[in-house]
Each structure stands twice: as C-alpha cells, then as structure tokens.
Design a protein around this ligand. Structure first.
Ligand code: ARG
Length: 459
C-alpha cells in the first residue's frame, strides 16, 4: 500500500513510479532513517501519542530492520519508493497498525533532510581521515627529499632552485585547508530539521532541543520552512569536496609531469601504474590521470545542486531529491581518490641523480646573481638589466651561469667578482632562502616538523 493513495482513484503509471523512485540510491540513508525513527518514537512516547508498550515494540522492530539491512536480508516491496517508505512498510509488517503511528507529526520532508545531514556529518569523519592519511604520505615523501634540490617552475619555465620536499609540503598545506573546510561542512550540516514536519512544524508536543541532542546535533533549526528546504549544507559539502578534487588534480598533474621521460624525476610503483596495449615500453600514470579526470564529476555535482536550488519556491519541492546522487557520488569519488593518491604517493620514488642533473648547469640561479649585485649596493632594476645581459651572453655561447669565469663576469659589471660565482651555486641559493616558509634546508626541515605536528593535532 502507498503512503498517499487515499485521494487517488486511478493507478500511478508504472514507468512514472520508476522514474520518481529514489530507493536505488537513498537506501544508504537507512542507518540515519532508523536512528531518526527511534528518536521520534521516544518523543511520541513522551507526548503520550504512543503507549510504553507500543514504543517498545517499535524500538525493537526498528532494531530488527537495521539488522535486516545490515545482513542483506531486507526485502524491498514494489511500493517502496524511497527509504522512508520502505522502513515504514516493514515496520507495519512487523508491529501491525501501531507501527503506522510513527508517522504522526512527521513527514518525509523533515526526515530526508535530517537523514542526509546525519550522513554528511558521519562522512566528514571519513574524509578527514583520508586527508590526514594523504598528508602523512606526502610528509613521508618530503622527509626523504629534504636534501634533494630540483628546478622550481613558474609558467612551467625553470625559475629558481627549490627543495623537492618544499614542493611536496605545499600539498600538505593545501590539504590542511581542506581539513578545515570539511570541519566547516560538518558544522553546516549540524542543524536538525526534524520536527519541521512537512514544513509548517509538527503538531505533536515535542522538545526539539532534546530531540536534537538525542540524534547528535548541536541544535534544531529555528524555522521549519527553512528547515525542510535548506540544502546549503549539501552545497557546502560539495564545494569542500570540489576543492579537495582541485588539489588532488593538481597533485596528479605534478606526478604525471614528473613521470614523463622529459622530467624522468619520478618512478611510480608497478602496483599503481599501467601499461599500453600497443606500445610495450610504456608505464602510464593512470591512477593520477583518473583522479585528475574525476575532479570533473565532483565539480559538476556542485553545479548540479546549485542549479537545482536556485529557482525553488518555498518550501519542499521534489526537485530536492536531486541533491542526493551528486552528493553521494562526490563523497564516494573523493574517498576513493584520497585512497588511491595516498597509495600512489606512499609508494613512488624519486631519482636523486636525475634531480641533480636537472638543477645544475643552467640559468636557474640568475636571480641570485642579481641579488648579489644588490648586496653590492646596485639598485635591483639595474641589477636585473645587467644579469639579463649575462643571460643573453650565456644563451648565445651555450653556457650555463656556473660555466662563466670571473673575467667574463667582469665584462658586465666590475662588481661581479669571485664571490659572485659562489652565489651562483644551487646550495648557496637555497641556503639564502631561510625566511619563514622559504626553501632553505633549515627552513624546510622546520616546515616538515611543524607539518608533522599540524596533522597530529586536533582538527
Ligand atoms: N525521496 C524524497 C527526497 O529525496 C523524500 C521526500 C519525499 N517527500 C515528498 N513529499 N514526496 O526528497
């Protein structure tokens, strides 16, 4: 029997029933729907709607239903259009008509909003764990590369030498902001709509503050109309997940680049790479590419839900059912991607010899030469101009800055002496960048230390 058949005389079109059904995806709300059912039964008992005997039967039946879902023995009926319908149908089967009393003063509108919020709050814990694990793997990789200098890029042009660990730690700090955003998304979900009923508020005398506490919420929503139609928390979560994917996608891109033969800086573990069906020599970074590609569906999910919401009149509208698939898909996608990236990072290895090859011999310490002239009291614009001429000379002669002799340097400025040559070394360049957040070995060791403390602290 349907939950709403009374006013209809004709049968619902079968195709339409299938079209509108959400049980295929909202079944995962079952633990939360059952928790809400139990808490609501207690409220009905306090309000005198249920007798203690009925309350007891309903509580036990809900436990049994939970067991059935968990062990896979729950049987869906043809009229189970969503998780709420399925649970109520089964409850009445077990308890008899008294089971139907649980619907008193409650609506699927406040139920689904409450269930989804509980799911988000739970999922946030899993997300934080995934982020922390990836941070830990990155920190592990950084710890092994605190003494490896490589060329850093801007515009993908060689810019200045940096420590490889410095680059890896950049991702740790990105992910730290994600941890913070996950906490914000959780806080956004942490408001209880139950008791809003369809939208006008329940007619049953319930203590919604108490109900909120029972369900693990910090507080009930203060406006029932807003309560059933607010999906800001879904958008906040999807935005958070989108930012995680943007970061994972950038990390992936870095990995893909470093794996290329042109860089040859990084080797992926065989377990986290694939081959080509035609080119036998290939080892492809598919894991990183898939993560980069999957960012599209998560960002798409955010746009989908924002678009669903933007024209809705108050209060509940069935459009709101469209929030769940993008949300669930994004949660699953991000959880999966965090795991794959964590394994990829934890098992990859850098070629230290290749790093040395890449960083030595070029023009990468040109900024240091300008800095040297500034140290000798030349203005930076003049120094930039002089070094620009030195660079042009090197390019013409096919030399690196380190190949220049003092005599050659003197041709550009009398200030460029033997000491200037020392400033051109990668080691000196790195060592001079000891400012807070800079790339000197001492400072990067400090960052590594503070990142370690950061990820083990309270979130
Ligand atoms: N499956 C619905 C959803 O996800 C549950 C609420 C249905 N409410 C209704 N009045 N039809 O939004």
């Amino acid at each position: 029997m349907k939950m709403w058949g009374g006013r209809f005389s004709g049968e619902t079109n079968q195709g339409f029933l299938e079209f509108s059904s959400s049980i295929g995806f909202d079944v995962r709300l079952y633990p939360y729907d059952l928790a809400c059912g139990k808490a609501w039964a207690e409220m009905l008992l306090l309000a005198g709607v249920l007798t203690p005997g009925e309350g007891d039967c309903i509580g036990k039946a809900l436990d049994r239903i939970e067991e059935e879902f968990r062990d896979g023995s729950f049987e869906f009926g043809p009229a189970d259009e969503d998780i709420h319908t399925a649970v109520e149908r089964r409850l009445v089967e077990i308890v008899g008509p008294a089971g139907g009393k649980l619907r008193t003063g409650r609506s699927r509108n406040d139920q689904v909003a409450t269930d989804t919020r509980l799911l988000v709050m739970d999922s946030c814990r899993v997300l934080t764990e995934g982020l922390r694990a990836l941070q830990d793997a990155l920190i592990g990789s950084a710890a092994e590369t605190v003494d490896v200098a490589i060329p850093g890029h801007t515009h993908l042009q060689q810019a200045q030498p940096v420590l490889l660990a410095h680059l890896l730690l950049a991702f740790v700090y990105m992910l730290e902001r994600d941890v913070w955003r996950v906490e914000q998304a959780r806080a956004s979900a942490d408001v209880m709509p139950l008791g809003s009923a369809a939208f006008a508020g329940t007619g049953v005398n319930v203590d919604r503050e108490l109900l909120a506490r029972e369900l693990g919420f910090s507080r009930p929503c203060l406006n029932s109309v807003d309560g059933v139609s607010d999906r800001d928390f879904v958008c906040d979560t999807l935005y958070t997940l989108s930012m995680v994917m943007v970061h994972l996608s950038r990390l992936s891109e870095q990995i893909v680049l470093w794996c290329s033969q042109e860089f040859s800086l990084l080797e992926l573990d065989d377990r986290w790479a694939t081959g080509s069906s035609i080119m036998p020599q290939k080892k492809n970074p598919d894991a990183a590419e898939l993560v980069r590609g999957k960012s599209g569906r998560v960002i798409g999910g955010l746009l989908a839900v924002l678009t669903v919401l933007k024209g809705l009149p108050l209060a509940y509208n069935r459009d709101l059912q469209e929030d769940k698939e993008p949300l669930f898909d994004a949660l699953d996608t991000v959880t999966g991607c965090l795991h794959v990236m964590e394994r990829t990072v934890d098992t990859m290895s850098f070629d230290r010899e290749r790093a040395r090859e890449l960083v030595q011999g070029g023009l990468i310490t040109a900024t240091d030469l300008a800095d040297f002239l500034v140290e000798k009291e030349m203005g930076f614009p003049q120094a930039h101009e002089v070094v620009g001429k030195v660079v042009a000379y090197c390019l013409k002669e096919g030399k690196g800055l380190n190949d220049l002799t003092v005599d050659e340097l003197q041709g550009f400025s009398g200030l460029l002496d033997a000491e200037a040559l020392r400033w051109l070394s990668v080691e000196e360049s790195l060592a001079r960048r000891g400012c807070l957040g800079g790339t000197s070995p001492v400072e990067v060791a400090r960052q590594l230390d503070s990142a370690r403390r950061m990820i083990s602290g309270p979130t």
